[in-house]
Design a protein around this ligand. Structure first.
Ligand code: CA
Ligand code: CA
Length: 307
């Protein structure tokens, strides 16, 4: 297994970054990632004021994948997410829905064990690790690591976790995959602008799905596959635009890939599609539409590739 180190973090998804590793389809890779504060707040007495200012959301990568060509899909199976021993959560006056309630910025460092989060000595929370930011390079202008879009990026989707598979559109040759901003736990919506931010080791298997092996038109946005659902992810300037785009993307998936009649797809979306918000705090807002595999299986659709 190849390890991708944090040595040279980047803060953008960019077609001009030099890959720090060249992978082959089928490779298993371990990405070591900083937390979203580049680990600078981990020491017990560290604050924003007494540590060097750094941009948020450092990314580990990019990794180029041989044979990945614009129009293909990059397939990323998330095998394991191993959190560091300490998570950080912050609330304060500068961000989040309830910022008016928090005149001071408070930082809490939270111990993490194999199975649990020790929020206080008395209060434990379940460990639910997820990747906050994962994406490929855009073909055009650089995209900051804090911004989600059709390349993936800072989607903060709780379903991007161990056992799920993310498909991202390849936008430039080699795709240039990067990730970071892992959370030990986060609620859907990330309403106060913070997950339990952790450094982590993430192992993935990377593969390339060539455009001629899936139905056309192809998928041009982040598609997630979990054990029991297909999930479309959409990031837009407003919450309304985001949820409507997620719904429309799932409709495209059901009609183009699964091959369901459009009216029937609409009926099924309103009967079985579950809409959720991934995050409401980033430069674009992210929503998702989850559709049960139990239904697509009845249409004979079991995997994205045709063969
Ligand atoms: Ca994030
Ligand atoms: Ca985060």
């Amino acid at each position: 297994m190849n390890t991708i180190h944090t040595t040279h973090p980047t803060y953008t998804f960019s077609p001009t970054h030099t890959p720090i590793h060249h992978a082959t389809p089928g490779d298993i890779l371990c990405f070591k990632t900083y937390d979203c504060f580049t680990n600078r707040l981990l020491p017990p007495n560290a604050t924003y004021e007494n540590t060097p200012s750094l941009p948020g959301n450092p990314l580990t990568g990019p990794v180029s994948i041989s044979g990945a060509t614009p129009g293909d899909l990059l397939k990323i199976e998330i095998l394991t997410i191993t959190p560091g021993p300490t998570g950080i959560v912050i609330v304060g006056p500068k961000s989040g829905c309830l910022r008016d309630q928090f005149p001071e910025r408070k930082i809490r460092r939270v111990p993490i064990t194999d199975k649990e989060i020790q929020f206080t000595p008395q209060i434990r929370l379940p460990l639910r690790p997820m990747i906050g930011t994962i994406g490929v390079a855009p073909a055009g202008e650089d995209i900051p690591s804090v911004t989600p879009s059709s390349h993936g990026g800072n989607m903060d989707c709780t379903k991007i976790t161990e056992g799920s598979t993310l498909y991202l559109p390849v936008l430039i040759p080699g795709a240039l995959l990067s990730m970071g901003d892992v959370h030990a736990a986060m609620g859907d919506g990330e309403v106060e602008d913070c997950g339990l931010e952790i450094e982590a080791h993430v192992t993935i298997r990377v593969d390339v799905i060539h455009t001629d092996t899936i139905h056309t038109p192809t998928v041009t946005w982040p598609l997630l596959e979990t054990q029991d659902a297909w999930i479309s992810i959409a990031s837009r300037d407003t919450v309304d635009e985001a949820w409507q785009a997620a719904d429309r993307q799932m409709f495209e998936f059901l009609t183009n890939q699964v091959g369901i009649d459009p009216y029937e797809a609409g009926m099924l979306l309103t009967l079985t599609g579950d809409l959720a918000f991934c995050q409401t705090v980033n430069p674009k807002l992210t929503a998702r539409m989850e559709f049960p595999k139990a239904v697509t299986a009845q249409y004979g659709f079991h995997k994205l590739t045709r063969s």
